[in-house]
Design a protein around this ligand. Structure first.
Ligand SMILES: Cc1cc2nc3c(=O)[nH]c(=O)nc-3n(C[C@H](O)[C@H](O)[C@H](O)COP(=O)(O)O)c2cc1C
Length: 180
């Protein structure tokens, strides 16, 4: 049987992003038979515009949709910006939501997690990302939630934090188990 493929989207473009490090960790601890791959070109997507959403979409959009279509599930890892979803991630959701009713992640299991500086670890952004992906057609796993305050990492890679490793391993395993 072929591997379960999980598309990973990271809501921060920052080179030293803690959320990007969480994505690295998720890939490292994925169970056998589950392959995680980050689509790391969100910064190349143009702003969503219905006028250019046609048969000749810009290449980065086509690449994102192709990766979504080839995936069995999605793991979204994001910080919170001003109490909400970072714009670069919201833009990706909008591209993935079209064609209406036929988006690349339609009915696929999707989990949202991540880290932010605030004491609640980005729960607002995570809740809104769940809401938005749900409206966009993904099957959001509402019960799998992990919002971590970045201070928990104390300038170390998240793989050094045993509790986060255990929680993320649990989430990735349960996400993969949802693939039918
Ligand atoms: C524009 C901007 C807005 C932010 N707003 C919030 C916020 O509303 N809540 C929060 O917890 N952290 C906020 N932060 C802090 C981020 O959570 C923190 O910088 C985090 O490390 C960013 O994630 P990254 O390390 O993956 O880039 C904000 C940061 C930026 C740059």
């Amino acid at each position: 049987m072929s591997d379960i493929r999980v598309l990973v989207l990271v809501g921060s473009l920052r080179a030293a992003s803690i959320n990007r490090q969480l994505a690295e960790l998720a890939a490292e601890i994925a169970p056998d038979g589950v392959t995680l791959g980050t689509f790391d070109r969100l910064g190349e997507l143009p702003f969503y515009n219905e006028d250019i959403d046609n048969d000749a979409v810009p290449e980065p959009v086509a690449a994102l949709r192709r990766r979504g279509a080839e995936s069995d599930a999605a793991l979204v890892i994001t910080p919170e910006y001003n109490g909400s979803i970072p714009g670069v991630l919201k833009n990706a959701i909008d591209w993935l939501s079209r064609p209406f009713g036929e988006g690349a992640l339609k009915d696929k299991p999707l989990v949202v997690t991540g880290a932010a500086l605030g004491r609640y670890g980005g729960v607002w952004a995570h809740a809104e990302t769940r809401k938005s992906f749900g409206i966009a057609g993904a099957r959001v796993l509402e019960d799998l939630q992990l919002s971590v305050q970045t201070t928990a990492f104390a300038d170390k890679h998240p793989r050094e934090n045993a509790e986060v490793v255990a929680n993320l391993r649990d989430i990735v395993g349960k996400l993969a188990a949802e693939v039918g």
